[in-house]
Design a protein around this ligand. Structure first.
Ligand code: UDP
Ligand code: UDP
Length: 443
């Protein structure tokens, strides 16, 4: 969902500017959230043409990863040769393809053979893109023989990224899917026609500048800020009767995105923490990475005793609700978030302050951005999600601090204004996409 959602919003932006959009979706999907949201997206944009890309079964399951979303990426990559005939068969012929960063390598090879411009959409932060695109150079460098010895990754022109913020699989000396995917796709990005990033100047000025000056890696195409992409109408339409009854700014929204399940032990501590904090809250519980497998009810997952206690002040749910409808609701005053990049851009879009609790992947790098721009606070001693269980009293303390922090609330509102200005006519994230649209209309 973290890749699909920004693609929906980009497609909507293009269609709204009279571009004929074909949206290629892999079939089957991993999660129910993906298939249901795809259905709603195409129902609300009948002008967008859907093409299903039927995936081949995997030759063999990669052995060093248990993540079903990674299997799926692998399956898309292994089927990617079939994309060529699909792209050539479209009528009218394509002016350009926009590819997800995780498919940069196979997709660019295909479009090079077809002589078709290929833009890569990087769905995380520009800062994360600097790591993504320069990682292969670090691995290739003669100085790097043992990844266990790396204390920080120095990205040319930018502040070094401390070891503890790097997605741990990247620092394993043995190969794994994430590392291979970083090396291959990150390197191939330089051969794309342009790199689109869901970010904006005032929060990521430095990485955007260094990328475009060729400091990070030489020979990159233009890196174009296009964010924050505005949410689609269909994401906002959702009844939220419990939230409607809560006072303005009083509710802490707690969610760790679409693919992060916490241990039962951590879920219980978090529940205790919410109860102790004394604040109202809306908590999205995930017990399994893939929603289709998340079958046990809340009583079984966090215990009926704790559930009773939680009902006094909060609402606990274990099904998909559109986050945009929640974050834009006036009752919501804070967000305990894993700092997936979409969650950060959505919090910015709605001016909601964050308590950052990164769990894996790019999330510490994103949490650092949230902290530096004044959107949120981050308790670094909590580490990665699976490292240690954080206890409820500590969680309650940090929630109270965030909800009591008026400066943070003001700053979040200020960043919201900057974000909206960036995408208005004349804004820094408006010019790039508009120029591309004009180019594509001419071809
Ligand atoms: N999301 C949602 N409802 C949920 C959980 C997530 O609508 O219960 C959306 C959220 O708004 C965001 C995306 O799913 O657009 C998750 O992306 P993010 O980058 O925040 O995290 P990821 O799921 O990739 O870890
Ligand atoms: N990533 C990706 N595609 C994948 C898995 C990971 O693009 O199938 C990227 C992800 O966006 C992030 C980094 O790899 O930049 C770390 O992966 P993580 O497991 O956190 O994935 P995410 O939850 O962000 O999809």
């Amino acid at each position: 969902m973290g890749h699909l959602t920004p693609f929906f919003r980009l497609a909507a932006l293009l269609a709204g500017n009279n571009i004929k959009v074909t949206f290629i979706t892999p079939s089957p999907t991993v999660s129910l959230a993906e298939s249901q949201t795809l259905f709603r997206f195409f129902a609300s944009f009948p002008e967008i043409n859907q093409k299903q890309f039927h995936l081949l079964p995997l030759d063999k399951h990669p052995s060093n990863s248990e993540d079903p979303f990674y299997y799926h990426m692998e399956r898309i990559c292994q089927s990617s040769h079939l994309l060529s005939s699909l792209l050539s068969s479209l009528s009218p012929p394509l002016s350009a393809l926009i590819t997800d960063m995780s498919l940069a390598s196979p997709a660019i090879s295909i479009t090079q053979a077809l002589n078709l411009p290929n833009y890569v959409f990087f769905t995380s932060s520009a800062k994360m893109s600097t790591l993504f695109m320069s990682f292969h150079a670090l691995i290739d460098s003669e100085a790097t023989t043992d990844l266990d010895e790396i204390e920080a990754i120095k990205i040319p022109g930018l502040e070094a990224i401390p070891r503890s913020w790097i997605p741990p699989p990247l620092l394993q000396n043995t190969n794994n899917l994430l590392k291979t995917y970083f090396l291959e796709n990150g390197k191939k990005m330089a051969e794309s026609s342009g790199i689109l990033v869901n970010t904006f100047e005032s929060i990521e000025h430095e990485p955007l500048r260094k990328l475009n000056e060729g400091k990070v890696i030489e020979g990159l195409p233009p890196v174009i800020a296009i964010g924050p992409l505005a949410p689609c109408e269909f994401e906002k339409i959702q009844p939220l009767p419990w939230l409607d009854e809560q006072p303005a700014g009083s509710v802490v929204y707690v969610s760790f995105g679409s693919r992060t399940a916490m241990s039962r032990e951590q879920l219980k501590e978090l529940g205790e923490g919410l109860a102790i904090s004394g604040h109202r809250f809306l908590w999205m519980v995930k017990d399994k990475k893939v929603d289709r497998e998340d079958e046990e009810d809340l009583g079984q997952v966090i215990g009926s005793g704790l559930m009773e206690k939680l009902k006094e002040k909060g609402l606990v749910v274990k099904y998909w609700l559109n986050q945009e409808a929640i974050l834009s609701h006036p009752a919501v005053g804070g967000f305990l978030s894993h700092c997936g990049w979409n969650s950060i851009t959505e919090a910015i879009w709605n001016g909601v302050r964050i308590l950052a609790w990164p769990q894996h992947g790019d999330q510490k790098i994103n949490a650092d951005i949230a902290e530096k721009i004044g959107l949120g606070t981050w308790e670094k001693s909590w580490g990665w999600g699976e490292e240690t269980a954080v206890n409820g009293t500590d969680i309650a303390e940090k929630i109270k601090e965030m909800m009591g922090n008026e400066l943070l609330r003001h700053q979040a509102m200020h960043i919201r204004e900057e974000a909206r200005t960036a995408v208005e006519i004349g804004g820094s994230s408006r010019m790039g996409p508009m120029e591309l649209i004009e180019t594509w209309k001419k071809t």
